[in-house]
Design a protein around this ligand. Structure first.
Ligand code: FES
Length: 112
């Protein structure tokens, strides 16, 4: 099943199967891994505190919805996604790996 690789110290891997858990967000995987991530708006998609950088696997995520497009339009970098709004694509192959990074996870800078 698709794997969420969280670039943290220590690194964590969470398997998130969109077929088994429809609607599950990246935030659910991050929570399952026990890593911290802001959520000031409670997952409503308006505060950006849950934004994570997607280092690999963009193609295996659902495209940004209206709230994320609005956030990108207002300056959220294109390589970041709102974890509370983003789901693994239903058609993601079992071998898919999506790598995420956030500075609060113990690694100051992601690899170039
Ligand atoms: S928790 Fe506020 S945008 Fe995701």
């Amino acid at each position: 099943m698709p794997r969420i690789h969280l670039l943290a110290r220590p690194p964590r891997d969470i398997d998130l199967d969109p077929a088994a858990a429809p609607g599950a967000t990246l935030l659910a995987a991050i929570d399952a891994a026990g890593l911290p991530l802001g959520r000031a708006c409670g997952g409503e998609g308006v505060c950006r505190s849950c934004a994570v950088r997607v280092l690999d696997g963009h193609a295996h995520l659902d495209p940004p919805g209206e709230l994320e497009r609005r956030a990108h339009h207002r300056g959220l970098p294109q390589d970041q996604r709102l974890a509370c709004q983003t789901q693994v694509a239903a058609e993601a192959p079992l071998s898919a790996v999506i790598t995420l990074w956030h500075p609060s996870w113990g690694i100051d800078h992601p690899p170039p």
